[in-house]
Design a protein around this ligand. Structure first.
Ligand code: AMP
Length: 308
């Protein structure tokens, strides 16, 4: 089933303790599409400037992604630079230049308006609402956001939540949005404002899915080497949405599997700079990590029955 993603198409400069990458392709929509296109057809809406090496996105087209919704504008592409701490647990943003992304008004091509699954990457909630106004009748709207919009555009964001089925945020964002340090209560606060489901990402510690009256937790896949954490959250979203779109179901059992696909795709994103790891990724490698999760997390209960 078709997936629409709207978000940043960026050039990133990233420094980690293991090296640096200069002006490599990135952005929320690109990381999302790199993961989701392994599971189903993706349609991308975004904007690039005339400095963008567009041919570097050919690997997405080769996997059936439709990039005809990416506008080519005159000027500089969105540019983001960041440096990670030695243990990769935090990062400083060194520079953000919005360039053509600053004037971005997403226009969903007619041929994309029937997309069944819509992922709203982290952009101004006013623009996210405009995207929804252009869609016919999606089966699910999945939405990301960040501290900047939670602080500066709270009203529009709360309005948007009414039209979102699944909100996907990290733990700090969930706490900030709800004004509650407790994640379970924060998720309930969000659910009372619209989204049926809330996915709270906790970086290498995994993610929690809050359903109407149930929860599901998936760990991060344990890796020996984490190279560059950039884009892990968007790759997680790509795996999650890619899976529910591939089975066209939001049954609890499928949502649980989607969480595992999300965590698996996030784990591949961090193994190299940019979307490099996705270029050569084979279904066998994806399946092997899915099975790895099953092995690592399944257990037979051995409840002790004792009266004394
Ligand atoms: P993440 O590591 O999941 O936070 O995603 C990092 C990606 O988000 C990078 O590829 C950046 O280009 C992109 N990015 C950083 N800041 C913004 C922003 N303000 N709006 C949209 N995309 C951004």
């Amino acid at each position: 089933m078709s997936i629409l993603v709207v978000g940043s198409v960026a050039l990133d400069s990233v420094e980690t303790p293991f090296g640096s990458a200069d002006r490599v392709i990135g952005g929320s929509a690109v990381f999302f599409a790199a993961a989701a296109s392994l599971l189903g057809p993706v349609r991308l809406v975004g904007v690039v400037g005339d400095d963008y090496p567009f041919e570097k996105l050919d690997f997405l087209t080769a996997r059936g992604a439709d990039l005809s919704g990416v506008e080519h504008a005159e000027g500089e592409s969105f540019f983001w630079a960041a440096r990670y701490s030695d243990d990769l647990s935090s990062r400083d943003t060194l520079e953000t230049r919005f360039g053509v992304f600053g004037d971005f008004r997403p226009r969903v091509p007619d041929a994309f308006r029937d997309s069944r699954y819509v992922f709203l990457g982290n952009i101004d909630p006013v623009l996210q609402l405009e995207v929804l106004d252009q869609m016919r009748e999606p089966a699910a709207v999945i939405c990301d956001t960040m501290n900047y919009w939670i602080e500066g555009s709270r009203e529009a964001l709360v309005e948007l939540l009414k039209r979102v089925d699944i909100l996907m945020v990290n733990d700090a964002e969930a706490r900030q949005l709800a004004g509650d340090h407790n994640l379970v209560r924060a998720a309930r606060w969000i659910q009372e404002r619209g989204p049926r489901l809330v996915v709270v990402k906790k970086g290498e510690h995994g993610a929690i899915l809050f359903g109407p009256d149930w929860m599901f937790f998936v760990p991060g896949f344990p890796l020996e080497v984490i190279f560059d954490p950039t884009g892990a959250g968007d790759a997680f979203a790509g795996g999650f949405v890619g899976y529910i779109a591939s089975v066209d179901s939001q049954d609890p059992e499928d949502l649980r599997r989607a969480m595992v696909y999300g965590s698996v795709m996030g784990s591949f994103a961090v193994e190299s700079f940019s979307v490099d790891r996705f270029h050569s990724l084979h279904q066998k490698e994806i399946q092997s990590r899915i099975m790895g999760f099953k092995e690592m997390t399944a257990f037979e209960h051995g409840l002790v029955e004792s009266d004394g």
